[in-house]
Design a protein around this ligand. Sequence first.
Ligand code: 13P
Length: 354
Amino acid sequence: MPLVSLRQLLDHAAEHRYGIPAFNVNNLEQVKAIMAAADETDSPVIMQGSAGARKYAGEAYLRHLILAAVEAHPHVPVVMHQDHGASPAVCVQAIRSGFSSVMMDGSLLADAKTPSSYDYNVDTTRLVVEMAHAVGVSVEGELGVLGSLETLAGGKEDGHGAEGAMTREQLLTDPAQAADFVNSTHVDALAIAIGTSHGAYKFTRKPDGEILAISRIKEIHARIPNTHLVMHGSSSVPQEWLAVIREFGGEMPETWGVPVEQIQEGIRNGVRKVNIDTDIRLAMTGAMRRTLARKRSEFDPRKILKEAQLAAKVLCRERYEAFGCAGMGPRIRAVPLEDMAARYAERALAPVIR
Ligand code: 13P
């Protein structure tokens, strides 16, 4: 199957009321783990590359790793998505290199750390939508700034994210503004701010409604029920993997992520794409530390990475099952991007705002 667009998968997810994990990738083991889990559960796949991933792996390696997955698993629908494009230029480069979906994160300026104005966000996102839709590529936008409702600090991770102090208003997407944003830009999916942030240190305690505003998802969904919502920073930071990392020499203070049940509540309220990077990193690191400690004479990286891959696969499997993806892959037939472009041109995919 050729690459599919994000819009096609999210429309299917909305129709059948499930959510899809969007896993960040930057190496072979992650890609193989995600594909093995998708194969075992018959799930559709979203793999995404961040700026950090492009810096680590290089654009060509990243792209070919995902294209290798498509070739090795021809029956699995796969979206190749660019995570957090900092400018229209970055998005155009991704489109030219073959990504079937891009995120234009206009919530920050092109430096990827300064919160932007609403008008800047609308203008840059609309520009990317015009270019991307002309070739059938989907666009995710972001409204609101990711960061902690506990500390009111922006969530900087891996060179990306707002710096410094924020207000609660900045950290929570406004439902009325979200409707205006979708109407003005025609994005295919909207990333919202509800108190989550990237990385392992999201919450200092198990989150409740004060610091993880699932109620805000409900309010936004009530206002724009036909818009696919995206939860960023949605790793659950499994306590079991933190324990393994600590047991085998790692140093990680107490920390909490987004509980899977809260994500499921989000999915019942319009969340269709759930971004996960950290959980795979934690599982792989835990498995590698354990293997290195237990097999002290091992010198073959393959033996160590095999354990890391297995740990990542189990985690991905759990997420596919928990989000309702399992069994959905074979029900999806790829719509060519040219056909998607034609549908955008005839405004068949324009947003419906009440
Ligand atoms: P986590 O750091 O919670 O995995 O979030 C990843 C993400 O949102 C990528 O855009």
